[in-house]
Design a protein around this ligand. Structure first.
Ligand code: MF3
Ligand code: CO
Ligand code: CO
Length: 276
């Protein structure tokens, strides 16, 4: 397909650079990529249990993505070599699958990005392993609310500052903190594109949203301080104070009237418990 047929227009934002505005073919492509990414998380759900080995979840994903004629966006991405990021407890994001076993009480983010016919579907959810403490469950619940409040604010004429503000004000109301060091991103035929979708902000500030913009919203919320540090593996980001961190992510497109979530779960799994 000629890329020009899918890119009707673009916006040159002084701060964010060139933001593409996609047409119907882009929406169709993102629906297929987003659905497969969501199906990966649906497929994994019954296996996210005590004693599960995180590398095994990664291998299952590799096989599932291949069997569906797609590829993982994260294998060979800047030297990364896995299909998933699996971030447990105080790991904020980009946890690397390994021989590690999940244990009772863990909270786990699983993040997957697939490429279907050149389009990227990027999504993550939290999972509760066995019996999880009330405070940790509250963090997961508030983080899920933050994602959906951010999505609800994303419509034509609103700004990315409105989205960030919706997320930040909810997290801080619950005396939780928003991670500053990682943000959502434009995506489409490119994995990480303009604009940066910061999960904090002031109403009315930043990029004005327009129909055809595609981006992720993926707030990382901590029980303690917002500060993170990178481990020596160069990927794993953890909270500096070792407090618990949670994250949910959807890929969305701005429509004429609001937005479309490309990565909704076909099985209706939105936030845990997933009822299986
Ligand atoms: N899926 C992540 C995101 O939401 C990016 C992971 S990049 C990796 O943007 F290399 F760490 F996998
Ligand atoms: Co993302
Ligand atoms: Co992701």
């Amino acid at each position: 397909m000629n890329i020009a047929t899918t890119l009707d227009r673009y916006v040159n934002d002084p701060a964010e650079g060139t933001i593409r505005l996609h047409g119907p073919e882009g929406f169709a492509g993102m629906r297929r990529a987003g659905e497969l990414a969501a199906r990966v998380l649906d497929m994994l759900t019954p296996y996210v249990v005590p004693d599960a080995v995180t590398a095994d979840l990664d291998q299952m994903t590799y096989d599932f993505v291949r069997a569906n004629g797609a590829v993982s966006a994260t294998i060979f991405y800047r030297g990364y070599s896995h299909s998933l990021c699996i971030s447990v407890n105080h790991v904020v994001c980009h946890g690397i699958p390994s021989a590690r076993k999940l244990k009772d009480g863990d909270i786990v983010n699983i993040d997957v990005t697939v490429v279907v016919d050149g389009w990227h579907g990027d999504t993550s959810r939290m999972f509760l392993v066995g019996d999880v403490a009330l405070k940790a469950r509250k963090l997961v619940e508030v983080t899920h609310e933050c994602l959906h409040l951010g999505i609800a604010a994303a419509r034509p004429g609103a700004t990315l500052g409105d989205v960030g503000h919706a997320i930040q004000s909810h997290a801080e109301k619950h005396r939780m903190s928003v991670v500053r060091d990682f943000c959502g991103h434009g995506l489409g035929r490119v994995f990480h594109d303009a604009p940066n979708v910061v999960h904090l902000g002031r109403p009315g500030r930043g990029v004005v949203l327009q129909p055809g913009m595609f981006f992720t919203i993926e707030p990382m919320i901590n029980l303690g301080r917002p500060d993170v540090k990178l481990l020596d593996d160069g990927w794993t980001a953890v909270t500096r104070d070792r407090s618990l961190s949670a994250q949910f992510e959807h890929s969305i497109g701005i429509t004429e009237t609001g937005n479309e979530i490309f990565t909704g779960s076909p099985l209706g799994y939105s936030a845990p418990p997933y009822g299986i």
